[in-house]
Design a protein around this ligand. Structure first.
Ligand SMILES: Nc1ncnc2c1ncn2[C@@H]1O[C@H](COP(=O)(O)OP(=O)(O)O)[C@@H](O)[C@H]1O
Ligand SMILES: [Mg+2]
Length: 344
């Protein structure tokens, strides 16, 4: 096998007879921050639960740090799990919440005290030790949950949509915080999210999942700029996606010639995709009718009806405004398109 720190090998997970994750292979390096990204129901939580030992494995293996732990009980795995709901003990102080797991392991006295205080310091909560969870904000509660997991010194820390209960500003703050804690401690982290921005900004590598299988693995740049399939392209904001048939765009009204020569790698592609801002408005070989427009601060978005089907375009708000029902020329420059290896 590879020198991966955590390996999922042909992992199949099921609820009764219903397979939720099928034949999943994934190697994760020590100290990596991996984001599992995908729509609701694609199997992210199921995968996390199996790694944590909370869901029996139907077939396949989980290896961590050289040991097969497919059948190891959860408390013997050195895997930490932080959920979306913080699940703190409401009647215990912040200090006691963080100390809880360490005490269960038999830790006492000054060693315990040092660990707990260190954990609270690392998440910026040292002056909140005596508070009860109800006296903290959502973001602070999530920090306690993070400290509580980190003091156990897990080999892998799993975070299942830990920020989705927080408001936008706190989410951004916690994102930075998580990244800092991860870089400082070097803990291997798997972070589950259905929010592409969160995955792009946090992860070393992103694993995009669809229907219980991996659709693409890559760096944030790979996923954002070089989506492998129409599914990934759509998920990361390419809104103009066409299948290719013998070098032509497949549209609702038959095949259309792309504009300009296809780049080399696109010749064998199954499809081409353009972000709205890759569309040229006001010139080009295609014609569209403005069906909708929306102002987005520095940008303006247009929905066009065209012979190619509906087209989403986004231009600088300082450009001339096109009125509803106006007919305008547009271009989908082949040179700018992201080639898709798979179309399904
Ligand atoms: N306890 C359960 N019993 C039966 N099916 C479940 C259970 N939990 C999840 N599933 C199903 O397994 C699939 C994957 O779910 P899940 O891993 O929770 O997705 P995600 O976390 O990506 O939203 C879904 O189709 C879901 O309906
Ligand atoms: Mg989930």
């Amino acid at each position: 096998m590879s020198d991966a720190y955590l390996s999922l090998e042909k992992l199949t997970l099921a609820y009764g007879d219903t397979v939720a994750v099928g034949n999943l292979d994934l190697d994760i390096g020590k100290g990596e921050l991996i984001a599992l990204l995908g729509p609701s129901g694609c199997g992210k939580t199921t995968t996390m639960r199996a790694i944590a030992g909370l869901l029996p494995v139907k077939s396949g293996h989980i290896r961590l740090d050289g040991t097969d732990m497919t059948r190891t009980p959860p408390n013997k795995r050195a895997v930490g799990l932080v959920f979306q709901s913080y699940a703190l003990f409401p009647h215990l102080s912040v200090y006691e919440n963080v100390a809880f797991g360490l005490k269960l392991k038999g830790m006492r006295g000054s060693e315990l005290d040092q660990k707990v205080r260190g954990g609270l310091t690392s998440v910026g909560l040292s002056s909140f030790a005596d508070r009860k969870p109800a006296e903290l904000s959502g973001g602070q509660q999530q920090r306690v949950a993070l400290a509580r997991s980190m003091v156990m010194e897990p080999k892998v820390l799993l975070l299942d949509e830990p920020l989705s209960n927080l408001d936008a500003r706190l989410r951004l703050e916690m994102r930075t915080e998580l990244q800092r804690v991860q870089k400082e401690t070097g803990v291997t982290m798997i972070f589950v999210t259905h929010d592409q921005t969160e995955a792009l900004s946090l992860a070393d590598r992103i694993v995009v999942m669809k229907n219980g299988a991996i659709e693409q693995i890559g760096t944030p740049e790979d996923i954002y700029n070089r989506p492998a399939s129409a599914f990934v392209a759509d998920f990361v904001g390419f809104e103009n996606i066409f299948a290719l048939d013998q070098g032509k765009l497949k549209t609702e009204h038959g095949l259309a010639d792309p504009s300009g020569a296809l780049p080399g790698e696109a010749l064998s592609a199954a499809g081409l995709a353009w972000r709205p801002r890759m569309v040229t408005l006001g010139s080009g070989p295609f014609r569209g009718t403005v069906r909708g427009t929306s102002f987005a601060g520095d940008r303006r978005e247009y929905l066009l009806a065209s012979d190619l089907g509906p087209i989403k375009a986004e231009v600088d708000a300082s450009e001339p405004v096109h009125a509803p029902d106006a007919e305008i020329a547009f271009d989908l420059p082949a040179a700018k398109a992201a080639p898709l290896k798979r179309f399904a």
